[in-house]
Design a protein around this ligand. Structure first.
Ligand SMILES: O=c1ccn([C@@H]2O[C@H](COP(=O)(O)OP(=O)(O)O[C@H]3O[C@H](CO)[C@@H](O)[C@H](O)[C@H]3O)[C@@H](O)[C@H]2O)c(=O)[nH]1
Ligand SMILES: [Mn+2]
Length: 734
């Protein structure tokens, strides 16, 4: 009797729990004091605008300062939303196994790749291998590779990987290998200097051989006849096939391992591409995958991975299922998003890709409003929610989620049926890209799709496990990073200006906190304007002795000092408490200025141009490989410029301008001319300008002192100096 009751209690234990973040009250009090400071700053700008007897009138620069501060203040207010409701979640995978081991749903994993040069096939198959060897029943697991590059090298690599998996999967299971990405695993065991067993040496050799075969085929630029004859799928590639123009290719591979056990299904897809047909980038690829997979395996849970993001935890599927399969709340969730962590970040995180605060706090903060963001990779979806399905209360989660498909068709028949679904004309006059699947027309298809799903009534979960579930590749040069950040900020601002603006589209459908939280990210691009103003105008005014801030002895000085110091000290404290270090925090502050003054600014301009209908959305794929020379400098944390992109000219110009103004304004006036009295009036500007000089140290180094190939070219130096000097001279004339 007692035992039965115990069992009953156990059966009702939830599969996951959530906990609210601490320090909520303290934070609210603190943020209220900052709010008061901001209001006083605004008040100062208004009150002091009107000159008193004997004072000069305020110039346009003053109004600009007010505008910038209004904008900063407004952004600060909406950014409070992500701090107020932080929610952490904890799944119990053992309970899931006890209750559902024999009723686990089938899971489809989508991996996307788009270019065999900047996304090397060996990297892609390492991701595939990590996904195919999940600790999950193989008959319920299918892995799909979408190749928008339509490359026979990627195809070849996949089939090599499929052969290798016959050894790799049993090896992983036998030794409980982690991570199951072979490249990462071997690097890790060799570093550990553990006693290497014979079995390990054997499998490592197999892996190296496979890698060599793939790489030598790529170097030669063709696939040998011997290999072509081995795999029937190569017949799809002929002289006419190019990246932009080819038929649908679908190859399905069911295999058994060396011990005769079934392996997960592995499918290669290159959707049809024809000139004149928009292919809608990653969103188009995922939508084709949704359809093709529904024909082949129809898993009710879908995991999406970018080709550079491997699985770092063999139990990640089980943990995510705890959210979907929880008896009480599971049916509410459309997706479970994991953070983007990266495996190639250097100690001090030069380009600020850890984003500890965003990953540990802010994204969990949005989750507090049941509206975790969908960010493209490392995300588990419920298939229904992706097909335009609205959430309804009578929807009974666990029943629908169980395996549905029991198909008797042959592999060939399945392939043929799938090809039709991957044709370009298939979506014509359908709801795909609008109501169904991922939304088209936006460079961040992920964020906008997540938003529409939430507006259909679904909830979503953010889960940041102790052991990182997925690891990707972060950009290793400033150029690549800024191109990526530009795409993100552009796509997000585009959402803000579109019909999907959370305040309009989400009105009444999502909580106000969630709407605000979305905007914290969607408004990155316009943050460029007040920032540019702040790093250009106060320094120039300093140079010409025009004061824009209160005197140090004035009471008005207090709110400025308080807001600046309190915000930065808190930001440092927050970063440290999220696992950052002071150096990482400092680098992130530098990157923040760099991003805002370049990538965000260009994104802003591009969005405006697009709004005027003058250009179309594109998707610049992030480069994932660099030369050895460059990666060596990355390891040493030397900032990599090495090109004369316009963004670098802006960076150089701002750096020079601040240097001129700092030297001219502060040093010259105060030290040489001994006008110490001026210091009192200009102290804030001296400080701001000095901070900019400090932040820009690596830029000066790259402009003047570096000899390696990552320096800033002469043309950038020339333009920067000319532009900065012109600005210094022109200002007093306006
Ligand atoms: O036409 C395309 C373009 C890209 N991709 C794939 O999309 C993924 C992401 O592209 P990447 O160049 O790596 O962009 P990131 O900026 O690193 O990607 C982030 O931002 C994207 C939205 O901008 C999200 O889709 C991603 O999941 C997220 O990791 C990669 O696997 C690509 O192969 C395609 O399949 N087809
Ligand atoms: Mn990427």
């Amino acid at each position: 009797m007692q035992m039965a009751r115990d069992q009953d209690v156990k059966d009702h234990e939830p599969l996951f729990v959530t906990k609210e973040g601490k320090v909520r009250v303290a934070y609210r009090v603190f943020s209220a004091t900052i709010m008061v400071g901001i209001c006083l700053i605004w008040l100062y700008r208004i009150v002091q605008y009107f000159p008193r007897d004997g004072e000069e009138g305020r110039s346009w620069a003053w109004i600009g300062m007010f505008m910038a501060e209004l904008w900063f203040g407004f952004y600060w207010i909406i950014s409070q939303s992500v701090h107020w409701n932080v929610l952490y979640s904890f799944p119990f995978k053992d309970r899931l196994s006890q209750r559902y081991e024999h009723k686990l749903p089938s899971v489809d994993i989508f991996v996307c790749t788009a270019d065999p040069v900047i996304e090397p096939p060996t990297m892609v198959i390492n991701t595939i291998l990590s996904a195919i060897s999940y600790n999950y029943p193989p008959e319920k697991l299918s892995v799909y590779l979408s190749d928008d590059g339509g490359s026979e090298f990627t195809f070849y690599a996949l089939f090599e990987a499929s052969d290798f998996s016959k050894y790799w999967i049993p090896f992983c299971k036998k030794f409980n290998v982690e991570p199951r990405n072979p490249e990462a695993y071997f690097a890790h065991v060799i570093n550990d200097n553990a006693d290497l067993s014979q079995e390990l040496l054997d499998i490592k050799k197999k892996y190296e051989d496979m890698k060599n075969r793939i790489e030598s085929a790529i170097t030669k630029g063709r696939i040998s006849k011997e290999i072509r004859d081995k795999y029937k799928g190569f017949s799809e590639w002929n002289v006419e096939v190019t990246k932009q123009n080819h038929q649908s290719i679908v190859q399905d591979r069911n295999a058994v391992d060396k011990e005769g056990c079934q392996l997960p299904t592995l499918v290669y897809i290159a959707r049809e591409k024809r000139p004149g047909w928009p292919h809608n980038f990653k969103a188009g690829a995922i939508n084709a995958l949704i359809r093709v997979s529904s024909e082949i395996s129809n898993g009710s849970i879908i995991l999406k991975l970018d080709c550079d993001m491997y699985s770092n935890n063999a139990d990640a599927i089980r943990e995510a299922l705890c959210f979907f399969m929880d008896e009480k709340r599971g049916h509410e969730f459309a997706f479970v998003q994991h953070p983007h962590w990266f495996y190639n970040i250097t100690k001090n995180d030069l380009y600020s890709y850890y984003n500890h605060v965003i990953h540990k706090l802010e994204l969990a903060g949005i989750c507090g409003y049941d509206a975790a963001l969908y960010s493209g990779t490392g995300c588990f979806h419920r298939r229904e929610s992706l097909s335009g399905g609205k959430y309804s209360k009578d929807y009974i989660g666990n029943k629908d989620i169980e395996n549905k498909k029991n198909d008797q068709r042959s592999v060939h028949e399945l392939e043929e049926a799938s090809k039709v679904l991957a044709n370009c004309s298939y979506e014509k006059n359908t709801q795909w890209g609008k109501e169904m699947g991922l939304v088209y027309g936006c460079a961040v298809e992920d964020i906008v799709t997540g938003l529409t799903i939430q507006c259909r009534g679904w909830k979503s979960m953010y889960y940041n496990p102790e052991r990182k579930a997925f690891l990707g590749v972060a950009p290793t040069t400033l150029d690549i990073a800024l191109v990526q950040i530009k795409r993100w900020s552009e796509g997000m601002f585009q959402i803000f200006l579109s019909k999907y603006c959370p305040f309009i589209y989400g009105y009444g459908k999502m909580k106000l906190g969630a709407q605000m939280s979305y905007c914290v990210f969607l408004l990155w691009a316009p943050m460029s304007l007040p920032t540019l103003y702040y790093v250009i105008v106060p320094p120039l005014c300093l140079l010409h002795g025009i004061s824009l801030f209160p005197k140090a002895s004035s009471l008005w000085f207090i709110p400025f000092a308080y807001v600046f110091i309190a915000k930065n000290v808190y930001s440092l404290f927050e970063a440290l408490s999220c696992g950052s270090t002071p150096k990482i925090w400092w680098n992130s502050q530098r990157m923040l200025i760099i991003k805002r003054t370049t990538a965000f600014f260009f994104a802003f301009i591009d969005v405006i141009i697009k709004q005027l209908g003058l250009s179309q959305t594109t998707f610049a794929i992030t480069t994932k490989v660099v030369t050895e020379d460059v990666s060596k400098r990355y390891e040493q944390e030397i900032m990599e410029f090495g090109s004369s992109s316009v963004m670098f000219t802006i960076l150089g110009t701002l750096a020079m301008l601040n240097l001129f103004c700092f030297v001219g304004g502060a040093t010259l006036k105060m030290v040489v001319l001994r006008e110490f009295g001026a210091l009192e009036n200009l102290i804030s500007q001296v400080f701001l300008c000095g901070m900019m000089v400090l932040i820009n140290l690596p830029v000066y180094e790259a402009l003047f002192f570096r000899k390696d190939n990552g320096y800033l070219p002469f043309s950038v130096m020339f333009k920067s100096i000319v532009l900065a000097s012109m600005a210094c001279l022109i200002i007093p004339m306006i």
